[in-house]
Design a protein around this ligand. Sequence first.
Ligand code: UD1
Ligand code: CA
Length: 438
Amino acid sequence: MSISIAIMAAGFGTRMKSQKPKVLHTISGFPMLYHIIKEAKKVSNDIHVILYHQADTVKDEMNKYFDGITYILQDHDNFPGTGGAIMGVNPQHEKLLVLNGDMPLLEANDMNMFFNQEAKVVMSSFTCSNPTGYGRVVMDKNYNVQKIVEQKDASENELHIKNVNAGVYLFDTNFLEENLPKLSNKNNQNEYYITDLVSIANEQDINVKAIEVDENTFMGVNSKYHLSIAEELMQKRIKQRFMEAGVSMRLPETIYIESDVEIEGESVIENGVSLLSGAKIINSIVKTNSVVEDSILKDSDIGPMARVRPKSVLINTHLGNFVEVKKSTLNGVKAGHLSYLGDSEIDTGTNIGCGTITCNYNGKAKYKTIIGKNVFVGSDSQLVAPVKIEDDVIIASGTTVTSDVPKGSLAIARAKQKNIDNFFYKFFSKESENSAKK
Ligand code: UD1
Ligand code: CA
């Protein structure tokens, strides 16, 4: 069945108390609106996003991710509210699924549930212990939905209703054409409510089908507190899916994984790890408190407390604690402790000693460090880029490498050590103490 989708995202999001439009607040690395559009695209080829508040900001952000979306500017001055929001939508198909932009946990499967329904008007509800903020679903004694009452318009009795409107609807496009003009704004907020279409349908004896949905999946994010709850739920979902696919996680509740991260094979993710957008972990071990962003790890182990920054590729590589890698390719490399490896290419069999630093930046531009096979970089070396170290080289500990090193050689650059006899005793003698006091 072909279905059009409208995503309402024009509201002011006042309860977020933020300069940023509500739907651009991120969950698991991506804006809320991104998540819902991504899922909607799986089930529809006709997606309308309704904007008003900071419309250009929202549109520009979404254009980074999607094309083929129809953006509609709500006539908010004349028709504020969720009913006003869909007045400007011109769906291609006979059915319109209406979603709220502040529902980041909804997935394509949840949308499919609506498509199987026959009724001209389908709404969704769930029962929750704390219905604050949600519209209440008023039913007759046969459990037929009568109307939806917004919290601000509800009577004392209606406020006690625990069955709330989830905010997702499927309408026959014809029904909308006929009945949207009948909405009024005579309510507490002087807004046109989409929810009033339910009582309008009832007045015409049009059956309203109500489907029961999951409270967690359909939660609406209205505040930063809600945002944190939604993120927690999404994190649980992401991690559960990886674990079911064979990934091991130690104390998963302490791990943060953004929604586009990929983990394959028998990987192990230890506690406190952050895997940020673009990370791809294949058969690797990421130890406690390490961070990986937009990089590939294959057959490698890193951490505890290692940081792999964007555009890095680690294959068959070991990074120990306090090693930072950026925009580098390491293939068969060991860097056990305390290093910065930026803008580098390092080949198999090479050992990077403790404290090694690629000096990749001179304050103006970034330069590359290229290290060949089987190189032994002694501890506390600095490699001043651009520099190339050929295969089978030894860099003596403490060397500052400033020029290329040819194959097979030793590079050593440090001042010769001098020992001065009895200097300690002279320096800390009684006389020198006394003279210091004077
Ligand atoms: C809405 C429902 C409520 C339901 C809840 C579920 C109405 C009147 N109320 O309330 O019954 O329980 O969702 O989460 O529909 N928007 C526009 N244009 C506007 C106003 C809002 O596009 O003029 C958009 C918002 O950006 C948001 C969505 O519509 O994405 C819902 O608006 P919001 O203010 O969050 O409605 P709720 O008060 O949560
Ligand atoms: Ca809401």
